[in-house]
Design a protein around this ligand. Structure first.
Ligand code: NCD
Length: 343
């Protein structure tokens, strides 16, 4: 609903999810969602049962993937377009794998090969894709809000795969699934998100998701890399790694996003590593069994030390990648079911 109100007779999916109409109950595991989303543009505004239900559905896809089976009938005859205006390895690949495992026809469009380079506007691209009757549109763009704009212009269900410094909802869902599988629940955990929070859509989506699910979230970094007034999102700010990591259950390192920095916000990568790079000595300040995460791609020796990143016991980084496929299968499944209802 454009005014943020709740669709009559439906579960309160927030406005950005654009519920198309009131639908019959939708069952995920034991939970019931009355009105699944039409698009997935952000985490902000989602409610705990909605997030929990998506994680439950993703959990079933972890088991399916581990069994080596696929479910190709689910999206048979559906077309998924990966529209990436920014570089990506794991996000694009995992959406492609997720779509194929569910039987969709998957097309990858990257900006370097598209007509955008010839001057086509985003809305022209949207009109072109619409004419091709694509069902699911996965969009990554360097401008915050670009997927939301496309969602208004295309018939396809739109999934935000990272927009500027705004949000990266499927990354937060996969991080949450990874944590939940290891720790059993998200509520009550202390999660320290460290480094370049200012430019991180991953941090923003994680802050919304984790605070909604009852985790206590800290952001840790130099003042130049912490967004002003970020406390309003319900997090505690630390500029000192020792204080920020003390008592943490989960330590999430973020990439130093130099490509988004208009000017030097850190003196040097070496200095950043000295004060904020996650190495064994700094990790020792967290709980003895604290687990380490990083969304990738990693700058080893800048925000994280190789020994920590590759620690087979403490690091969840590979597991995050595995969870990424399952979460994206769950999101595609959920949106495609809603689309079928609207057909
Ligand atoms: C992140 C992104 O693109 O926002 N990566 C990802 O999707 N795995 C984080 C980053 O680029 O640093």
């Amino acid at each position: 609903m454009a005014d943020g109100s709740i669709a009559r007779g439906s579960a309160p999916w927030p406005c950005f999810l654009v519920p198309a109409n009131v639908c019959p109950p939708y069952t995920v595991g034991t939970r019931i969602l009355n009105n699944p989303p039409r698009h997935l543009l952000q985490i902000e505004g989602l409610l705990p049962p909605q997030i929990g239900a998506m994680l439950d559905l993703a959990e079933s896809y972890v088991l399916l993937n581990r069994s080596g089976k696929t479910q190709r009938d689910l999206l048979r005859g559906r077309t998924l377009i990966n529209l990436f205006f920014e570089d990506s390895t794991r996000t694009r690949t995992s959406f492609e794998l997720a779509g194929k495992r569910l039987g969709a026809d998957v097309i990858n469009m990257s900006v370097s090969t598209s007509s955008v380079n010839k001057g086509e506007t985003l809305l022209d691209t949207a009109a072109t894709l619409n004419a091709m009757h694509c069902d699911l549109l996965v969009v990554r763009h360097d401008q915050s809000g670009a997927p939301a704009l496309l969602a208004q212009k295309v018939d396809a269900a739109v999934i935000n795969a990272g927009d500027g410094t705004h949000e990266h909802p499927t990354q937060a869902l996969l991080d949450a699934l990874t944590i939940r599988r290891r720790r059993g629940a998200l509520a009550g955990l202390v999660v320290a998100i460290c480094g370049d929070v200012l430019h991180s859509r991953v941090a923003r989506s994680n802050i919304h998701l984790l605070t909604t699910m009852g985790s206590r979230v800290r952001v840790v970094g130099p003042p130049t890399l912490i967004p002003p007034a970020v406390e309003r999102l319900g997090v505690t700010v630390f500029h000192d790694m020792k204080a920020g990591l003390e008592g943490a259950d989960i330590v999430m390192a973020l990439r130093l996003q130099k490509e988004r920095m208009a000017r030097g916000l850190v003196p040097s990568a070496r200095e950043f590593f000295r004060f904020y790079g996650l190495d064994a000595a700094k990790l020792a300040w967290a709980k003895p069994d604290a687990l380490v995460m990083h969304p990738g791609p990693m700058n080893r020796g800048v925000e994280i030390d190789s020994a920590v990143a590759d620690d087979p016991v403490r690091s969840l980084i590979r597991e995050q990648v595995e969870m990424g496929v399952a979460v994206r299968m769950a999101v595609l499944d959920l949106l495609a079911r809603q689309a079928r209802r609207n057909d």
